[in-house]
Ligand binder design. Structure first.
Ligand SMILES: *Cc1c(COP(=O)(O)O)cnc(C)c1O
Length: 354
């Protein structure tokens, strides 16, 4: 694809790709050769650049460092058997990025800057998209305040960047989760629906406490009474109870996941009975006890589907049926992989070719 932005492209003198063991990649440790960057200054976007991936210069007074004035996205590119590179639903990430931007008093990112940046960067670092089964290139667009001003007010200067990193095969080991009844991730009126830095930092401590008790992650509940289920770690959460697929309805405390949306679209097409509504903790626990809770899983870009093996609540652990017995989550995981990897026709137009 041909870039329409006036972009300054500086390539690395020597690629780092030879040093990467694509059979054995650790998440987030290795970044591709280049990054895309743009500045927002004096009310407009300018300085469109592709540069070698490197450290950045930032004012010690930047509100990004002090007040979490930063937003991000996460999406993936896949290499098909024919060698072409495709990104999964990048338009949805831009839509969500701009909702986060509005909530954080940041400028909206125009579509052409996002897509020209993405296309040019991925075209240049095409070799970094691994083709080992299960691997992909993780794409992290982000924006932060580039002001040199420590006061609390809407910022005026911003930096937008895209960095990418190859990610290894995700051996989706089923997870043990604990229903959180004290700490909260988001409250009504807050910023839970945004991917903004300030939502994630405070969630690490409660997750660490749960990990010390042997769980992999938390199931977050509503911030008022801990009565309703909201999300699972940094994934949306879904349950199969009886013959219904049930997931918490979106609202300002829940991140509107693109995996969630895709799973629901497929489920409805397949004729499943889908309910998006408030989901009570009590309902899930009683279904676990009487055996009607057939499946539970997290849905997100990282794992696509993360099967939940066990749910801890109030000191008791409730074990779920074996993963092999789970009809819906296995079927939807395979269907999503088939679409992403081009093994079936992309009839929803979810793939964006680089
Ligand atoms: C990113 C994220 C998700 C999943 O969104 P996807 O678009 O499916 O990757 C869910 N919950 C939280 C809190 C997230 O940050």
């Amino acid at each position: 694809m041909i870039a329409t932005l006036n972009m300054d492209i500086t390539k690395v003198a020597q690629s780092k790709i030879d040093k990467v063991d694509f059979q054995n990649i650790q998440f987030g440790m290795t970044y591709s050769d280049h990054l895309f960057a743009a500045d927002y200054e004096d009310g407009e976007w300018r300085n469109f650049k592709i540069d070698p991936y490197d450290d950045i210069k930032i004012s010690p007074a930047s509100p990004a460092l002090h007040y979490g004035i930063s937003i991000f996205e996460g999406l993936k590119a896949y290499k098909h058997e024919d060698g072409n590179v495709y990104v999964f639903r990048p338009d949805k990430n831009l839509e969500r990025f701009n909702k986060s931007a509005e909530r954080m008093c940041m400028p909206l990112l125009p579509e052409n800057i996002y897509f020209d940046g993405l296309n040019t960067l991925l075209d240049l670092d095409r070799e970094w998209v691994p083709n080992v089964p299960g691997t992909s290139l993780y794409i992290r667009p982000f924006m932060y305040s580039n002001d040199d001003y420590i006061g609390i007010r809407p910022s005026r200067n911003f930096k937008f960047m895209i960095i990418t990193c190859p990610v290894g095969a995700y051996y989706a080991k089923p997870v043990k989760v604990k229903i959180e009844e004290h700490f909260v991730r988001a409250v009504e009126g807050g910023s839970g629906f945004c991917k903004t830095g300030c939502n994630y930092g405070p969630a690490i401590y409660p997750a660490k406490l749960a990990q010390e008790k042997g769980y992999d992650q938390l199931i977050w509940t509503d911030g008022k009474a801990h009565k309703y289920i909201e999300e699972s770690g940094t994934m949306n959460v879904m349950f199969v109870i009886g013959n219904k697929l049930i997931t918490p309805a979106l609202g300002d405390t829940i991140l509107p996941g693109i995996t969630r949306d895709s799973v629901l679209i497929l489920a409805r097409e397949w004729g499943y009975d889908v309910e998006e509504r408030k989901v009570e903790v009590a309902e899930v626990i009683s279904a676990a006890k009487d055996g009607t809770l057939k499946e539970a899983f997290g849905a997100g870009t990282a794992a696509t589907i993360a099967h939940i093996e066990l749910i801890g609540f109030n000191g008791d652990d409730h074990k779920l049926p074996n993963v092999e017995e789970r009809e819906f989550s296995n079927k939807v995981l395979k269907a999503m992989d088939d679409i992403k990897l081009g093994r079936v026709q992309d009839k929803h137009n979810w793939l964006h070719k680089i």
